[in-house]
Ligand binder design. Structure first.
Ligand code: GRF
Length: 207
């Protein structure tokens, strides 16, 4: 029995592609991608999902009165596709209680810093790497964590560290961190699902 993942994304989708490739190569062997949802209709990650023949759709914030209504629409699709675990991969929206309560401890995120450092509201994209460089840190990295109502504050599942080099720019540091993200996320999903299977809870009680 494999856990069914839903990937939520907003843009490039390189982490999603790394997860998909890990499934195809057998490195991530206890999960399948049951659905991909983007909040941007033109996201390259959504395009990739469609090219790969994966179930994929866009759900735009502007079509709903508020975040709760948006997440209720997402939730309806998670149920239809019998999703067990939700994987945020560059999803630029805050997850509302609607989703958090339906998938408690079952929503994962990756963040491009060594949390709890350089996390929280507004700490996204190059802002993270700019802050790391301006503080002259020796190391940075990435973190996979469980999503809770505290932005970037949920329990940490795994981290990978990279050196900060003397001539680094936000772009060069982001690139070094991203390479680690592509390794860490599939590995951490595999280990996370293994724990659910060991506890006989790999199927979401929501579906
Ligand atoms: C990654 O740096 C990830 O850590 C952050 O958003 C970025 C998404 O990149 N949450 P991609 O869309 O997976 O290429």
């Amino acid at each position: 029995m494999k856990a069914r993942l839903c990937i939520l994304l907003s843009g490039r989708g390189s982490n999603f592609q790394a997860i998909h490739q890990a499934i195809l190569s057998g490195n991530l062997n206890n999960a399948i991608i049951g659905l991909v949802i983007s909040n941007k209709a033109d996201a390259p990650g959504l395009q990739y999902a469609k090219e790969q023949g994966l179930p994929a759709l866009s759900i735009r914030r502007k079509d709903f009165p508020d975040n709760q209504a948006l997440d209720q629409a997402v939730l309806d699709h998670l149920k239809t596709h019998q999703i067990d675990v939700v994987v945020l991969a560059g999803y630029n929206r805050i997850i509302s209680p609607v989703l958090l309560q339906a998938y408690p401890q079952r929503i994962l995120n990756i963040h491009p810093s060594l949390l709890p450092a350089y996390g929280g509201p507004g700490m996204v994209g190059h802002k993270v790497h700019e802050a790391v460089l301006s503080n002259q840190e020796q190391h940075s990295g990435c973190t996979v964590h469980i999503v809770t109502d505290v932005v970037d504050g949920g329990p940490i599942l795994a981290q990978a560290t990279v050196p900060v080099l003397p001539n680094d720019t936000p772009e060069s540091l982001a690139e070094r961190v991203l390479l680690q993200e592509h390794q860490l996320y599939p590995q951490t999903i595999q280990a996370f699902i293994q724990r659910l299977v060991a506890a006989n809870t790999e199927k979401s009680s929501y579906v």
